[in-house]
Design a protein around this ligand. Structure first.
Ligand SMILES: *[C@@H]1O[C@H](CO)[C@@H](O)[C@H](O)[C@H]1NC(C)=O
Length: 161
């Protein structure tokens, strides 16, 4: 191999290493419903899937999610931004874990532990909004560090009955 090739190879490897973009994962890709997500935590990606995408039109559906905790979650907060055409139109925050006030079975888990969930989720809203939009979701803990972050792209044209 010529020296210049080696240099190019090293540069490519360095670039891959320095790049913090995670791949876009497909959750659903059907005629009337497409859901994709991408981790926006530069330190890690996570796994998420829905058992049957058509169930999303109902209030409760089964999901699977797995993540390695890089931080303790004695306290856990979620912040959601609804983005339409590049503009944030709605912001929502909620406390998920707090001592004496746990909304999730995971509350109190420690750095280094794996979280795995397989089972039903019930939406706090009646249905997933229709249309094309992005939801950016960020989970932070007691030290205000990011526990998980995702940009979720939705194209929802399901009919509700
Ligand atoms: C996530 O979405 C926000 C808001 O649209 C954007 O600023 C950010 O670059 C996105 N991050 C990734 C990793 O796509």
């Amino acid at each position: 191999m010529k020296i210049s090739n080696v240099l190019v190879l090293i540069l490519v490897l360095l670039y891959i290493n320095a790049s913090t973009e995670w791949p876009t994962h497909t959750v659903c890709k059907e005629d009337n419903l497409e859901i994709y997500y991408k981790s926006c935590d530069p330190h890690q990606d996570f796994a998420f899937s829905i058992d049957r995408c058509s169930d999303v039109s109902s209030h409760t559906f089964n999901i699977r999610a797995a993540i390695l905790l890089r931080h303790n979650i004695k306290e856990l907060y979620v912040k959601l931004n609804l983005i339409i055409n590049g503009k944030t139109v709605l912001t929502y925050s909620e406390t998920l874990c707090e001592p004496g006030h746990s909304k999730l079975i995971f509350c109190g888990k420690k750095k280094g532990e794996h979280l795995y969930y397989e089972g039903p989720v019930t939406l706090g809203i009646k249905e997933i909004p229709q249309g094309d939009y992005t939801v950016s979701a960020e989970l932070t803990n007691e030290d205000h560090v990011t526990v998980a972050c995702a940009n979720i792209t939705v194209k929802n044209y399901l009919d509700y009955y």
